[in-house]
Ligand binder design. Structure first.
Ligand code: NAG
Ligand code: NAG
Length: 757
């Protein structure tokens, strides 16, 4: 006999009567060989051992009535005669007597138990029909359908008997309140095996015991699933419908209500998984100790990124709140797991439990999300600050790529204590419109001064008054213009720093940041370009360009810093999301990126142009070789510039023209500067022949490309500053904006004058 079935046999038979232990040793599992027909029939009397073995459900009950009925029909009979002398006596059972003795009344007394399980009932019916020939059990018709069962006869199916290992002992040791029937007995009454099995002496299921003066059963047959005509995997099962109908729990006093929460959970889960929730109270899931929500299995536990900055007390909470809880297995039964009690953990932690990196930017966002996910649904948990949603996305402070600010350091103690520097002590701060407006004013002043100086012919006056403009040189002039701007920035920075409460503002940083201010240099250059061209103008353009190059290189510090910061924090990949002040933030980062791209393209294009020029001029030197010979034309003023240009033009020819066409925004159809009007363009040039137009075109294009690049840079800078001012708002709060603006305007006026003289 297999070990697996031993349990069932003990379970089923041990409950009542039959001494299975003895039978186990003698029994063999060869029931198939048996035939239910009595082998020796002595005129209606048969050997008891030839009778069909006892059905399972009788064996599991008090068999006294059953045995006495059999005993009544059994007596010592002579089976062998020699004349009138009996030579052999034997205990035999009279079949017709059995038919009478096993009346409906006897069956009725066993029926409440045997009738629970359809399979047990069918087994009893078969025995009954076999012995008595009756086709009903108690009443006519009560056996309808028992002869041809199908799997559908067990409506809720069956379960492997092993599932009772998932039940807590407080449940398996309990009794059903109405019938006072123990759990195990109910299981046994509903149990069956995969195929009918014998649990005793198969060759001798019955015997007459002379000492007991009674028939005794040496074997009984288990109920087999084969009664429904199908095979299932070998094992022991029970009929779910049968069990759930016979075993009830008292909802007022559940079997495990006093055995601790884990057992109580196991019990309810077991009942739910086996019988469904109908036999459980409505809100039975409320108090369960399961890993579905209230408990988190240890292996699923994870810390946020800032775990290193978490205090020991918080780290130890997982041990403090550790407990056993039920994890539901695939069939819904409890599998005990080590877990963290969510409520316990959450009620011991809040946002301020951890400092350091838990409060800075990405690790803060991660920490907030972790905390929110962990504790959000825990009752009465209020561990996140009211503005936690703002903290869960980049704040405007996070989006500013540098850590210094321009604002009065009201009370640095409070400032440090107040989270993320949400200080509202900046009533004196100018509104953002005024900050942007001041830049616009400076731009406007630049434009006006450039425009007026063109119109009023200030350069002629200057030329008259001052020294010969040749002596200036674009290099010197450009440096001077840039220096002017830097001095203005420096002066303004000092001015800010010396204002009371602004002592902590870093001067150099501020000078560099202000270098990235949008300037109208492109428009000035354009205005100059629209004038008749001469050495004077070339010098102005070159000096302005040079100054602009210096200032742009200085502003690259903050532009590159911004782009890099944005890249590090994924701002270019959507990390800003719907953050508060996200739009100005996005504008600022877009502006910086745009600036970088334009500068990059301009650099690449310039390098390529220079290389080309070097190749064209042969030696790699920019010194034109023969320009002296080319001086038969025009005024003294332009001589210094014109001659080398002409020489260049001759050399550059088509190639250069070709070359500038590569600029994405310069096409042949849209020359920025009209070349049709003689008076408009390059009027003082008198380059001869076919060289003239080719060279002129090349210059037009390079000129246009330069102006457009500068225009785009100017736009990028506006975008950057507009975004930055909107983003930083109270963090960027220069005092006395009017004074600062006045100084910038002055410096740009002076710069405009320097440009044209
Ligand atoms: C209760 O049993 C039903 C049906 O078996 C199942 O769908 C449900 O998930 C179970 N509930 C719990 C809390 O285990
Ligand atoms: C739910 O359970 C609580 C006890 O945990 C009980 O007081 C309440 O009456 C129950 N509600 C329902 C609808 O069963």
């Amino acid at each position: 006999m297999k070990i697996s079935s031993t349990y069932a046999v003990l379970l089923m038979a041990g409950v009542y009567g039959v001494d299975v232990r003895e039978a186990l040793h003698t029994g063999k599992n060869n029931w198939e060989d048996r035939t239910l027909l009595p082998q020796n029939n002595y005129n209606g009397w048969v050997n008891p051992e030839d009778l069909a073995p006892m059905p399972q459900c009788i064996a599991q009950q008090n068999q006294a009535t059953w045995l006495s009925a059999m005993t009544k029909c059994t007596s010592k009979r002579c089976t062998s005669h020699f004349g009138a002398i009996c030579t052999h006596h034997q205990w035999l059972t009279q079949l017709s007597c059995l038919t009478i003795e096993f009346s409906s009344d006897i069956i009725r007394s066993y029926f409440p138990y045997c009738g629970r399980s359809i399979l047990a009932k069918a087994q009893l019916y078969q025995w009954n029909r076999n012995i008595t020939g009756r086709t009903w059990l108690i009443d006519v018709g009560d056996a309808n359908g028992l002869e041809n069962l199908s799997p559908a006869s067990i409506p809720k199916g069956y379960a492997d008997i092993d599932v009772i290992y998932n039940a807590p002992t407080c449940l398996t040791g309990s009794v059903s309140p109405l019938s006072m029937e123990p759990f195990q007995r109910v299981i046994a009454s509903c149990g069956f095996t995969s195929t009918t099995q014998h649990t005793g002496n198969i060759a001798r299921p019955w015997e007459y015991s002379e000492s007991l003066r009674s028939m005794i059963a040496l074997d009984f047959e288990t109920v087999g699933y084969n009664l429904v005509g199908q095979h299932i995997r070998e094992g022991n099962y029970f009929d779910i419908d049968c069990f759930c109908g016979a075993f009830t729990i008292d909802l007022e006093k559940e079997p495990c209500s006093g055995s601790g929460q884990l057992d109580f959970t196991k019990e309810r889960l077991w009942i739910n998984a086996t019988c469904g929730s109908t036999s459980l109270p409505d809100n039975w899931t409320d108090t369960l100790k399961t890993t579905q929500f209230a408990y988190i299995p240890m292996e699923n536990w994870h810390w946020p990124m800032c775990v290193a900055d978490m205090p020991k007390e918080v780290i130890e909470l997982t041990d403090h709140c550790a407990t056993d809880a039920c994890e539901l297995d695939s069939t819904g039964y409890c599998k005990v797991k080590r877990a963290v009690d969510r409520a316990c953990f959450c009620h011991n932690i809040n946002y301020d439990s951890c400092g350091g990196s838990c409060h800075t930017f990405e690790t803060r966002i991660d920490y907030i999300n972790w905390l929110h996910e962990l504790c959000e649904n825990v009752e009465n948990w209020h561990g996140l600050p009211d503005n936690w949603r703002q903290l869960a996305v980049p704040t405007h402070i996070d989006m500013i790529p540098w850590r210094w600010t321009i604002k009065p350091s009201v009370d640095s103690e409070i400032g440090r204590l107040t989270r993320l520097g949400y200080i509202r002590a900046t009533e004196a701060c100018a509104v953002n419109e005024w900050k942007i407006g001041s830049f616009a004013l400076v731009n406007m002043a630049t434009f006006l001064s450039a425009f007026l100086s063109q119109r009023t012919g200030i350069q002629r006056i200057a030329r008259g008054f001052l020294w010969d403009s040749h002596s200036w040189g674009w290099f010197f002039k450009g440096t001077l213009i840039a220096a002017l701007q830097l001095i203005a920035n420096w002066f303004n920075s000092l001015f800010v720093q010396t204002t009371s409460d602004y002592n902590e503002v870093p001067v150099i940083q501020l000078i560099l940041l202000w270098c990235s201010m949008p300037r109208l240099a492109w428009l000035t250059i354009l205005l100059i370009g629209l004038q008749p061209f001469g050495a004077m103008e070339f010098s102005a353009v070159a000096s302005l360009l040079f100054a602009e190059m210096i200032l742009q290189s200085l502003s690259s510090y903050y532009m590159i810093m911004t782009v890099n910061y944005g890249r590090e924090h994924n701002f270019y990949l959507g990390a800003i999301g719907n953050a508060e002040r996200g739009r100005p933030g996005k504008a600022m980062y877009a502006g910086a990126l745009m600036w970088l791209i334009i500068v990059g393209m301009a650099l690449v294009q310039s390098v390529r142009a220079l290389r080309k020029m070097n190749r064209l001029t042969g030696s790699g030197s920019l010194e034109p070789p023969e320009w002296q010979r080319d001086t038969q034309t025009t005024s003294k003023n332009t001589e210094g510039l014109k001659a080398p240009l002409n020489e260049y033009c001759r050399k550059l020819r088509k190639n250069l023209t070709h070359y500038w066409m590569d600029w994405p925004w310069v096409s042949e159809e849209t020359p920025l500067i009209s070349s049709t009007g003689d008076s408009m363009v390059y009027g003082t040039f008198s380059v001869k022949g076919q060289h003239h137009s080719v060279c002129q075109e090349a210059f037009e294009k390079s000129y246009a490309a330069t102006v457009i690049s500068m225009l785009l840079l100017w736009l990028a800078q506006w975008l950057f500053w507009g975004g930055f001012i909107g983003l930083s708002s109270e963090e960027f709060c220069p005092p006395k904006l009017g004074v600062l603006t006045a100084i910038w305007i002055t410096s740009s006026l002076v710069a405009a004058i320097i440009t044209v003289i």
